[in-house]
Design a protein around this ligand. Structure first.
Ligand SMILES: [Zn+2]
Length: 212
């Protein structure tokens, strides 16, 4: 079934990012900007510099991913010995101690999901830049997944916090968050902003252009 679709942009209309009012896009030239007639915010038909901004953010997030995984996430001291664990050595520790459920949660939330998000965002960026018209609907779904899944990455920080609380309660050892925690939290936030700065309508703009 073929449905005639018309986008706001094709109709000469623009949707306000903040209050979602649909209004006619005024004729503007050069440095001029259009403002929303209702709330006064600057109007854009698409998020400005979406592709470049998303690239910059996703690359920054990937740089933060390195110290988040290489540096210690937890520093444990017991009976005079100190042990620093990275995310991966923590996962291995949990497997060896029989808590494979915790190992799985930590691995999925802190190693697998952030990596998957990078891959999805980069794939979406490249598909728009190379003007792909393949499966735009599936790519929109992928975009939605990055938003839905991202907030769960912070689970790892909670796991570390709970772990610290548990160990402190046991009085046997002392455990503290390592330097990787701050890199990890920053990486998660930057990845969320990167996904937010990508404008999924660009996927459909390419499809529209090819059909005209
Ligand atoms: Zn508005």
């Amino acid at each position: 079934m073929k449905v005639a679709l018309i986008s706001a942009r094709k109709a000469g209309m623009v949707s306000c990012h903040d209050c979602h009012l649909l209004s006619r896009m005024p004729k503007i030239s050069g440095q001029q900007v259009a403002h929303c007639p209702r709330c006064g915010v600057v109007l854009h038909q698409r998020k400005p510099n979406s592709i470049m901004r998303t690239w910059a953010l996703v690359i920054t997030a990937m740089i933060f991913y390195v110290p988040a995984n290489v540096l210690p996430m937890t520093v444990t001291s017991a009976l005079g010995t100190t042990q620093a664990d990275t995310i991966m050595s923590g996962v291995i520790y949990f497997i060896h101690s029989g808590s494979w459920e915790i190992a799985l949660v930590v691995f999925v939330a802190s190693i697998f999901i952030p990596f998957l998000k990078f891959i999805i965002i980069i794939y979406l960026l490249l598909s728009v830049q190379f003007k792909s018209i393949k499966r735009p609907r599936d790519r929109t779904i992928l975009y939605r997944i990055t938003g839905a899944v991202g907030r769960w990455s912070m689970v790892d920080i909670f796991v570390v916090t709970i772990l610290i609380a548990l160990v402190q309660l046991g009085f046997l050892a002392n455990i503290a968050a390592g330097p990787a925690a701050i890199y990890f939290a920053t990486m998660v936030v930057i990845t969320m902003v990167a996904a937010e700065s990508f404008d999924p309508r660009l996927i459909w703009d390419v499809v529209d252009e090819k059909h005209e």
